[in-house]
Design a protein around this ligand. Sequence first.
Ligand code: ATP
Ligand code: MG
Length: 399
Amino acid sequence: MAKYKLLSRGPQAKLGLDIGSRFIKLAQSGTSSQGVQLVNVGYAATPLGSVTDGVINNAEAIGEALTQIVKHFHFKEKKVVCSLPGRAVVIRQVSVPGVNLNDKEIRGAALSEVERFLPFPLDEMEYDYEVLGEVQQGEVKQTSVLFVAAHREAIQRRIEAAHVAGLESVEIDVDPFVLLRSVVESSLFDDQDTFTQTFLLIDMGATSTSLNILKNGVLRFTRVFAVGGDTLTHAIESGYGLTYLEAEKLKREKAVAFIDEEIAQISEEERDAHELVRPHIETLALEIRRSLAYYTSKYRGEGVTKILLTGGGSLLRGVAAFFEEDLGIPVSHANPLKNIYYIGDMKDEAVAKMAPYMGVALGLAMRQMPQKFLGRHCLNVTIEPTYEFGSATQAGSLS
Ligand SMILES: Nc1ncnc2c1ncn2[C@@H]1O[C@H](COP(=O)(O)OP(=O)(O)OP(=O)(O)O)[C@@H](O)[C@H]1O
Ligand SMILES: [Mg+2]
């Protein structure tokens, strides 16, 4: 019997916690006469070495950093929802023969389909599934099932970290679904027409980048690569012989992903930093092109019409222009805070600065908000089996 419900979408908590490899973020929603609002956001650096490949290996250290966030940003709420990063979960959509199956039949058939893809023995994993609907496969009717699994220890360490900070984890969610909720519901679509387009949402984190393609609120493809903002910092670090912190500063101030006519007059230092980061941005672009090609062949020529960027790594100057030029698709920055009311002491400027980082924490806190497009569960999902588990990552974080 599963202990944790990975696909539960109930509200239950006002706090959303995102434990990233570089930053820990906490967001709180609340209700008022104006509807649901963002009440508070806070963050702290993830202690060095405490998260590797998206998995926490020092819950105590994370818990202490979280305690600082709770204190410093005056969070009072105790119940929290955490999320598992894309690379710590296996997400598959499977079709099992037959329809009107009972729970036991669905579970048995789904497990026999996915078991060979699980990176740990089944008894060490938590899994959850949800029936998406019926599909016709030639003469045969099948039941389409969304299956999600994660290593139990990865879940428990998140719960433990929250516990150290005096927070009670009441549910576990999964990043691709959470991100879609926050970006789609808050900023992406102003009307149903836009909603029906095919979007690629790219979350550029510190040690990973995830690609998520959605259409009509249906997540059709998700994939994670072990290249992120810190990969660029490390390139600058070794290229110039700097410390990590110096390299990070230089990256933020000087590195440019794309040199167009407007910024042709860049300094020599900027050009050097560009040369160091560019190969990694090109690697990402190549992986994106491959994923887009896969998607187009799978969906009979249908293509992505818009790309949205989120995550701290997307703050690299010129990265949207680079992808736009390279991929030939319009690219813009998603703002998960755009249409969210916020209250209290939060200043516009401070909140806006946090927007690229807050997609996951906000999506978790938004579980209680009325959903305009996706519906309560955001779960009309078909996922392509392209997930890569536990690939080598360029670890590195700022203490
Ligand atoms: N101005 C900037 N220019 C370039 N990169 C930046 C800038 N600001 C922040 N970053 C990068 O953003 C990354 C942190 O982003 P984010 O908080 O989304 O990652 P994370 O969620 O902790 O990581 P992950 O999702 O991989 O676990 C770091 O690699 C940092 O260097
Ligand atoms: Mg992240």
